[in-house]
Design a protein around this ligand. Structure first.
Ligand code: NDP
Length: 484
């Protein structure tokens, strides 16, 4: 039977999401002690739309003095917030959850404009999950003694929280919700390229009536992050970002009483056995590596296909990626949006160059994109082995390295041969294989016949260079409590 050539016979009309309902300011200040204030640094930087190269707004750059003010305000607020009846604490957090839900469409559109991700993802994944994190931890606020039976628990104090640019509002929710549910107060720094939804959250927090100083949001780049890490009056650092910066943070706080959770990079193995439902597995491969342009710590960026089905899987995968729509993040048909920044695009292109130079066979889908903005087509690399740089290092883009295997022991050995240990996927119809792999793969999460599924009730975190500690679920609460 001849194949239908979907790539040439089908064209979608543009289906742009409306932007008429969003409110953006030209300039954003720091959110300290419940108010927006100008930075003592007197400096601002531009935040750019990665799909158009246009400046969206200017954002305040916090220096050490600004961070100090934010920490002081969090310390003062801690005295009353930690003593507040826990039911009341829970009510505030429920209110924040509901208010994000009410403004979900505005948050989704802004997330796509500022970060480049497809509106389908910010609308259906990022924002609903952020809401769910607030709901989930709001529920625990007055039940901590049931969460940890027979233990007396107490809040830690002031948490310094630093987040990356790949899931801006969601990462803010991961950090803020459990911290304040446990009676702590926070100073949070979003990533330089994606500060706006955190600042919109600050506006919403102001409207929610949350007591002043419980949540402080300071913007800036790495230097602002360093000022938070080195501040002497911070009790805990919660960091999500690259392994290199995670190592720096670990060094800076060693010898201090500061606690830390570090959620770092990954190089997830996605394993397809010959008995898997192949068409579903191909969809799973696409979701694992091309979700959010591959800017995902747990992305399935190393594909292992059992030799007997490798040819079929690769053919189907090539066909499938030729249909992926790369382009305007605000178009509801878009599958792959803009790469978050020019710097990240340069990093990805450099890895593609290295992949080719080291002998990898590249396959990229043909897609036409705007001259403005940062774009990378979905990219496959065949003919690579364990020692290739693109197999070992995290690329954080839509680039998949494909290898084959013959036996279950071989694939376990190969999958574990990485400095990281964050995530893996297994595709098979045999429960016994799923159980064996989920025990023997050295990864914080192993998905079976699915990939990139997230839930606030479930702990998330890695082994080895993927970090220390867990976020989400009860583990996420534990990281913000002292046990007596
Ligand atoms: P970075 O480590 O570069 O940045 C993370 C955050 O730390 C940003 O806010 C950044 O500021 C700030 N920062 C940079 N330098 C320092 C410093 N010296 N001290 C303190 N803070 C600093 O990571 P990316 O933003 O590039 O994010 C991508 C990385 O995050 C990937 O490796 C990915 O795997 C990982 N990640 C891990 C997750 C997990 O749960 N394990 C989830 C999501 C991402 P700025 O950006 O403003 O310069």
């Amino acid at each position: 039977m001849s194949k239908i050539d979907l790539s040439t016979s089908w064209n979608f009309d543009a289906a742009p999401e409306s932007t008429s309902h969003i409110k953006l300011k030209k300039q954003y200040d720091l959110f300290i002690n419940g108010k927006f204030i100008k930075p003592k640094s007197k400096k601002y930087f531009d935040t750019i739309n990665p799909a158009t190269d246009e400046v969206i707004a200017t954002i305040a750059e916090a220096n050490e003095k600004d961070v100090d003010l934010a920490v002081k305000s969090a310390r003062i607020a801690f005295k009353s917030w930690s003593k507040l009846d826990s039911k009341e604490r829970g009510k505030y957090i429920f209110r924040i959850a509901r208010m994000i839900q009410e403004r979900a469409k505005e948050f989704a559109v802004i997330e796509s404009i500022d970060g480049g991700k497809p509106i389908r993802e910010s609308r259906d994944i990022d924002i609903p999950l952020a809401v769910n994190h607030f709901f989930y931890y709001a529920g625990w606020a007055d039940k901590l003694e049931y969460a940890f039976p027979n233990k007396k628990v107490d809040s830690l104090g002031v948490a310094g929280q630093i987040i990356p640019w790949n899931f801006p509002l969601l990462m803010a929710a991961w950090k803020i919700a459990p911290a304040i549910a446990c009676g702590n107060t926070v100073v949070l720094k979003p990533a330089e390229t994606t500060s706006i939804t955190a600042l919109k959250l600050a506006e919403l927090i102001q409207d929610s009536g949350l007591p002043e100083g419980v949540v402080n949001i300071v913007t800036g780049a790495g230097k602002t992050g360093t000022a938070i890490v080195n501040h002497p009056d911070i009790d805990k650092i919660a960091f999500t970002g690259s392994t290199n910066v995670g190592k720096l943070i670990r060094k800076s706080i060693s010898g201090t009483k500061k606690r830390s959770t570090l959620e770092l990079g990954g190089k997830g193995a996605n394993i397809i056995f010959e008995d898997a439902a192949i068409d579903q597995a191909v969809e799973g491969i696409v979701n694992a590596i091309f979700f959010n342009q591959g800017h995902v710590c747990c992305a399935g960026s190393r594909l292992f296909v059992q030799e007997s089905v490798a040819k079929t899987v690769v053919e189907k995968l090539k066909d499938r990626i030729s249909l992926l729509i790369v382009g305007d993040p605000l178009d509801k048909n878009t599958d792959i949006g803009a790469i978050n920044s020019k710097e990240q695009l340069a990093t990805i292109n450099n890895y593609i160059k290295i992949g080719k130079k080291e002998g990898g066979e590249i396959y990229q889908s043909k897609c036409s994109v705007s001259k403005k903005g940062n774009w990378c087509p979905p990219t496959l690399f065949l003919n690579v082995s364990q020692s290739h740089t693109i197999v070992q290092e995290e690329i954080f883009g839509p680039v998949l390295a494909i290898q084959t295997f013959r036996t279950i022991d071989e694939v376990i050995e190969k999958a574990n041969n990485t400095p990281f240990g964050l995530s893996a996927g297994v595709w098979t119809e045999k429960g016994s294989k799923i159980f064996k792999l989920s025990q023997e793969l050295n990864a914080g999460v192993v998905w079976a016949n699915t990939y990139n599924q997230f839930d606030p009730t479930s702990p998330f975190g890695g082994f080895k260079e993927s970090g220390i500690g867990r976020e989400g679920g009860l583990h996420g609460l534990k990281a913000y409590l002292k046990f007596e």
